[in-house]
Design a protein around this ligand. Structure first.
Ligand code: NAD
Length: 321
């Protein structure tokens, strides 16, 4: 098959998978298969930029949104993340950061495997909650998000702020939900991410309240009120948000990799699913300097875990809390 045909084939296939995953919450292939095909397309497109198709999935975030919810236009583009799958690929990203930022400080966080959402507060009151959608337009799921117990309806300060985070279904609630569905003769959800996405798209808010979703907030989408990512997270805690306590500073690849190894070992012990680690430049002014590609920030990267992780003993890790 020639390159042009392969690009067309991959574009169509990946768009179909993305629709099943993001819009229908019913993926037909495993994530690592999607990622493998996606990166094949990225490589072909980068060698043959004249063949990039207008509907290429490498040039947009998420997917079209379902009818049933009001559409919500985000005032800020909610970018996705670039991803890497090996230490070598991560080192290429880190080297690229170092070109612009001589002595970067990084903050390494767990990559929560849930559904991306943004919360809009006015004078400290939750007014809107929306899915990321394609980064520009999401679904207005405010009434459902109000049923998530750990989302503050009112912050400790009367501020206007937009925060980004992940809604997820804790593993125990996922098992309970699937057991109940089995008794009722309903199809089980494939994984907690899938169940969380399906739950937030429920039209009946009582169902959402019953399922026990939870959140971790990790980013300020409105204009920065702090100087570093670490300060943002500490501020979020004071405002009343749930923030994941597992994170670590790093100054070079060895320290980043150490966190990834620790997170890999911790993975099975957590109360929720993670699918990798997110490494971010800690200083927000430096983040701004690095900017964005068409789809993702240059100042952050997702390291994705391999599909199968061998179970080994947990290291005694000291986390920054
Ligand atoms: P992503 O999930 O790979 O990474 C970006 C997201 O990570 C962000 O939007 C954010 O919501 C989340 N995140 C979690 N913890 C975070 C933290 N601490 N800091 C910052 N962000 C954090 O990107 P995506 O665009 O949502 O999805 C792409 C991935 O979805 C693919 O790589 C693939 O694995 C999967 N996918 C699978 C299929 C399939 O058919 N199986 C189809 C499409 C996509």
């Amino acid at each position: 098959m020639n390159i042009e045909s392969r690009i067309k084939e991959l574009t169509e296939l990946l768009n179909k998978y993305a629709y099943e995953y993001y819009t229908l919450d019913r993926p037909s292939v495993e994530d690592d298969e999607y990622d493998r095909l996606y990166h094949e397309l990225v490589a072909l497109e980068s060698d043959n930029p004249q063949l990039i198709r207008a509907d290429s999935p490498t040039h947009r975030t998420g997917d079209v949104i379902l009818d049933g919810f009001e559409k919500f236009r985000h005032p800020y583009n909610l970018y996705s993340l670039g991803d890497v799958f090996s230490r070598e690929e991560l080192a290429v990203w880190e080297e690229r950061v170092r070109k612009d930022i001589p002595n970067p400080e990084y903050i390494c966080e767990l990559k929560i495997d849930g559904l991306s959402l943004s919360l809009y507060y006015e004078e400290g009151i939750l007014v809107t909650a929306a899915t990321r959608g394609d980064g520009l337009v999401g679904e207005n799921i405010t009434e459902n998000v109000k049923r998530i117990k750990d989302v503050p309806l009112q912050l400790s300060e009367p501020i206007d702020i937009v925060v980004r985070g992940e809604a997820y279904l804790p593993r125990t609630n996922f098992s309970k939900l699937n057991a109940e569905r089995e008794l009722e003769g309903l199809a089980a959800f494939a994984n907690p991410r899938n169940a969380a996405a399906g739950t937030l798209r429920q039209l009946d808010t009582k169902v959402v309240a019953k399922r026990g979703l939870a959140t971790f907030l990790y980013q300020e989408a409105s204009d920065a009120t702090n100087d570093t990512q670490e300060e943002v997270l500490e501020y979020f805690v004071r405002l009343g948000f749930q923030v994941n306590p597992v994170r670590k500073f790093a100054r070079n690849m060895d320290e980043i990799w150490e966190f990834i190894e620790q997170a890999t070992l911790l993975r099975d012990e957590l109360a929720y699913d993670i699918d990798g680690v997110v490494v971010k430049v800690n200083n927000l002014a430096q983040q701004e300097e690095l900017g964005f590609t068409v789809k993702a920030p240059r100042w952050a990267i997702a390291y994705k875990f391999p599909a199968e992780v061998a179970e080994t003993e947990i290291l005694d890790v000291e986390w920054t809390v």
